[in-house]
Design a binder for this molecule. Structure first.
Ligand code: NAD
Length: 426
């Protein structure tokens, strides 16, 4: 109703609607009980709730996000102002409800000053890598989010823990199991939380696919098929340098297949086999691998077939194949564009149903999950132990490819053994 916000036109509009029930300018008018109040919504625990306006046959919209006032949000320091930080993470704070950026750490004062200005971060909350110990003196910082090249995660996570801050660390956690263990130990010693940024476990379509698989809605899920790849450019970038990246397509993009395959049923694989091939003479693959195909076998008998590549056109897809139905997700591991379809027999014919799931920024969900875990003193859903388990399995994948043999993994009975509760902020 455009143009009704000033007193006169608003009153005229209300009169034309027959709405004179509410006070205007503080003057209570006679109530007409047969008409709804002008301003719908009830406040419960500081949160506005609306009555349903559509029939039961319609999907009811989610309630408005229960966003905290900016000053009440959990403060994050961003370490490393590269592409992921600037293109995804910092913009995602605008869609988060419980997290805000309050400090930056970078090796480039010029870039940091520009970014600090964009996000309203004070100059005295900007630090160099060598200065990270000073984060201890900044009470606004509760969480340090490490978004630097993989091999630097260890030193930056440990510096943050020593400064007494909780840590969110990008994937892959680190290039070796011993690095992962040192990071977990440093956070434990400092009594701070450590979460690995596995955004897929917070992404709504992926969560629904996992729910379908675990609920039996697909029957018994015994096969999974996953691929995640991209075609790399500049051979000089850190991702192509083993000392900084730890490996090639496997820890960078294949890790999404591995981590999601583990999350689908919550089981830990007992066996891996693998093949790796890199085109000879391609400067991008002097140090790190290109194509990886690996197979995981789980205790229930389920098998996951996974592929990653650094030299093929971007494709990101998963299939969960059960006895009664199968689910597939296109753009499964991308930042956006996910869709989830289930194929099953209905009235004697195969029917493909697409589940409509509201789009949410998965980085914002991840940030809010960390904020919630800190506030409620919960283990994050994807703690350091989750990253360390992936690293152990990736080491077994490399060994399987090198030896041409199936590698057995330590048995981990039970479900979700390396994960915290699914708890999400309301
Ligand atoms: P990037 O190269 O764009 O940024 C890396 C940042 O680290 C830059 O600011 C760079 O200046 C800084 N840096 C500090 N020391 C460095 C050094 N010695 N060499 C190179 N850079 C150095 O990389 P990115 O794509 O932002 O990736 C950063 C991390 O985020 C990686 O661990 C990566 O795997 C992860 N990542 C995750 C996702 C996801 O979807 N979760 C996506 C992309 C990247």
């Amino acid at each position: 109703m455009a143009g009704t916000e000033d007193g006169v036109s608003r009153r005229a509009a209300m009169a034309s609607l027959g709405i004179g029930a509410l006070g205007i300018g503080g003057v209570a008018l006679a109530q007409d009980a047969s008409r709804p109040p002008v301003d719908l919504g009830t406040v419960v625990d500081g949160k506005v709730l609306f009555p349903p306006s559509q029939a039961n046959s319609e999907a009811q919209p989610a309630p408005p996000p229960n966003a905290d006032a900016p000053a009440d949000r959990v403060g994050f320091a961003i370490v490393g102002l590269g592409k992921l930080a600037l293109e995804q993470v910092l913009p995602a704070f605008a869609q988060a409800a419980h997290a805000r950026p309050v400090a930056l750490v970078s090796g480039s004062p010029v870039k940091m000053a520009a970014v600090a200005k964009q996000y309203g971060i004070a100059p005295d909350s900007c630090y160099t890598y060598a200065d990270m110990a000073r984060l201890r003196d900044n009470p606004a910082v509760q969480v340090v989010y490490v978004i630097t090249p993989n091999a630097l995660h260890r030193q930056h996570v440990i510096a943050a823990a020593k400064a007494g801050k909780h840590v969110l660390c990008e994937k892959p956690m680190a290039p070796s199991s011993s690095d992962c263990n040192a990071m977990i130990e440093a956070c434990r010693a400092a009594n701070v939380k450590l979460m690995i940024a596995y955004r897929m476990q917070y992404q709504p379509h992926a969560r629904e696919a996992i729910r379908l698989a675990r609920s039996g809605a697909l029957g018994s899920v015994t096969l999974m098929d996953m691929i995640n790849n991209q075609n790399q450019g500049d051979p000089a970038q850190w991702r192509q340098i083993k000392a900084l990246a730890g490996g090639g397509s496997l820890p960078d993009v294949g890790l999404y297949c591995l981590n999601t395959a583990r999350a689908v049923l919550g089981e830990e694989p007992v066996e891996v086999s693998a093949q790796i091939w890199s085109p000879p003479g391609d400067p991008r693959f002097r140090e790190v691998e290109d194509n990886v195909a690996f197979t995981l076998r789980f205790p229930s008998g389920a098998i996951a077939n996974c592929m990653s590549s650094y030299s093929t056109h971007r494709l990101s897809r998963l299939k969960l194949i059960g006895s009664d139905a199968w689910a597939e997700m296109e753009h499964a591991f991308d930042y956006q564009g996910q869709n989830l379809r289930v194929t099953r027999l209905v009235d004697g014919k195969d029917q493909i149903a697409e589940t409509s799931i509201g789009v949410k920024n998965q980085f914002a969900l991840e940030l809010d999950h960390m904020a919630h875990s800190v506030r409620k003193n919960l283990l994050p859903r994807t703690p350091g132990e989750e990253g360390a388990q992936d690293q152990r399995i990736m080491e077994a994948i490399y060994e399987a490819a090198r030896t041409g043999r199936t590698v057995r993994l330590a048995e981990v009975p039970g479900h979700d053994r390396f994960r915290g509760p699914e708890s999400l902020p309301q």
